[in-house]
Write a protein that binds this ligand. Structure first.
Ligand code: ATP
Ligand code: MG
Length: 446
């Protein structure tokens, strides 16, 4: 279970690689154990049959020999000697006092089975006493089974089979782990691609070589990424067009208002002067009303043309902004480092201005800084805009008046529209907002 914790220890879910290799490993070990058990049972039965058959054959042959032509001890010794070097049966000539007169040895073992294996597989011991009916030599021939040679052979086979199966298991595990590692490598790339897409870089692509299943997935991913890139680009264009349209519409209204109302207000003021000559009080009152309306209209015009301050360039607009805030926050020191930027088009100019305006406003409103640094730099045609303060850093400021906490979001939107990059960094003391806007030649047409 994910995130399950016991005694403070976090139990992580097992990785796919461990699961697959673990399951196959367990299956192979089980197969090895079952195979080993069957093989052992079979080998034990074979060893028993072998030894028993050899023993019974030997006993029969001794009995036949003794029945036919046993006449003196030399022949008996020959019978025993004939077992010398045999694999499964030992023979001994034992006198009536129980003393072994002569005994055979089984064939020497070059590679005997280990003791534990011999104990496990040993067939039941067999022995036979064959009496000799001679009064002169009251002896017996004792035959005993000896499974050591047979067990050595069985051990040899079992060990070879075990080593072969073990090698097969190791090879299987190696092949499976290679296959799993290959699949995981692909899924890791897939995951990295998805993270890149989630972060807005739609140019991430996957390699479409390799097994057809992965190739299909990679092609699907690439297709999705290129569609997203296409939609993002058309979104940006749409947003830009919307902004342009809005600005144009506002400009038209502002122009009309200015051109239609302006002359009449001026005329009213001129007329008020004439009226003042006849009726000073009435003239002054009309003039006062006209000035009041004029101020209001001027305010409306300012709102309709919010970036009109830029008509005299970014430097002048920043100077106005600094003067504006210095009047209200005289303790704050403003530092300006403004490069003269080549090819500064309207779109980048406005975006840069909006970033500076909102960042400075945020700094004085939320950060209580002592210094605010405003920098604009031209880096190879790209425009770097930075506002840094040494205030309290990003924090929720419930007391501050807000128009909906949309300042940073709006800033990010504007930068994204130009396909630029915005970074909002929390410093040890204060906040740094920095944006990189692409060079004019890299901008998509609006
Ligand atoms: N320079 C700064 N110093 C300290 N806090 C900041 C700074 N800039 C932003 N913040 C914090 O980030 C929040 C979000 O800023 P944002 O500009 O998006 O909204 P806002 O200023 O609260 O409202 P709005 O700009 O919509 O009037 C602010 O409320 C403030 O808490
Ligand atoms: Mg704000």
């Amino acid at each position: 279970m994910q995130g399950d914790s016991r005694d403070g220890a976090i139990l992580r879910p097992m990785s796919l690689q461990v699961r697959v290799l673990g399951s196959i490993g367990v299956l192979l070990v089980l197969a090895l154990l079952c195979g080993g058990a069957f093989l052992s049972l079979h080998a034990r039965a074979v060893a028993e049959v072998e030894v028993r058959t050899a023993f019974q054959g030997a006993e029969q042959s001794v009995r036949d020999t003794l029945k036919s032509d046993v006449e003196h001890t030399v022949t008996l010794r020959q019978v025993v000697a004939s077992f010398q070097g045999q694999r499964h049966v030992r023979a001994a000539l034992v006198n009536e006092a129980g003393k072994v007169i002569v005994a055979s040895q089984i064939a020497a073992l070059s590679d005997p089975a280990p003791a534990w294996f011999a104990r496990l597989m040993a067939p039941p011991a067999m022995s036979a006493r064959i009496d000799i009916n001679l009064r002169k030599y009251p002896c017996v021939v004792v035959l005993t089974s000896d499974p050591r040679s047979e067990l050595a052979e069985v051990w040899d086979h079992v060990r070879d089979a075990f080593v072969t199966v073990l090698l097969f298991c190791a090879a299987t595990m190696a092949v499976v782990s290679l296959a799993v590692a290959y699949a995981l490598r692909f899924f890791r790339k897939f995951q990295t691609g998805l993270v890149a897409i989630a972060n807005g870089s739609y140019d991430a692509r996957l390699d479409t070589q390799g097994p057809p299943e992965f190739a299909r997935l990679a092609r699907g991913f690439n297709d999705m990424a290129s569609r997203l890139a296409h939609y993002a680009a058309s979104n940006r264009r749409l947003y830009q067009q919307l902004q342009n349209l809005q600005e144009e519409e506002r400009a038209v209204i502002a122009r009309d208002l200015h051109d239609e109302v302006g002359p009449y207000l001026f005329a009213i003021q001129v007329d008020a002067k004439a009226v003042a000559k006849l009726e000073p009080a009435l003239g002054a009152s009309v003039r006062e009303a006209a000035i009041h309306i004029q101020r209001h209209v001027a305010d409306i015009l300012r709102q309709l043309r919010p970036v009109s301050g830029l008509d005299f360039g970014l430097e002048a607009a920043v100077a106005d902004l600094v003067a504006f805030w210095s009047r209200r926050y005289p303790a704050v020191r403003f530092v300006r480092e403004l490069d003269t930027v080549s090819e500064l088009d309207r779109r980048r100019l406005e975006t840069a201005w909006r970033i500076i305006q909102e960042s400075v406003s945020n700094a004085v409103r939320h950060g209580e800084p002592e210094i605010i640094r405003i920098a604009v730099r031209d880096e190879d045609g790209r425009l770097l805009v930075m506002v840094e303060d040494n205030g309290g850093g990003l924090r929720r400021d419930p007391a501050a008046t807000s128009l909906g906490h949309s300042g940073l979001a709006g800033m990010a939107e504007r930068v994204r529209t130009l396909n630029g990059q915005l970074e909002i960094a929390e410093l040890a003391h204060g906040v740094r907002i920095s944006a990189v806007l692409p060079a004019a030649r890299e901008l998509e047409p609006a």
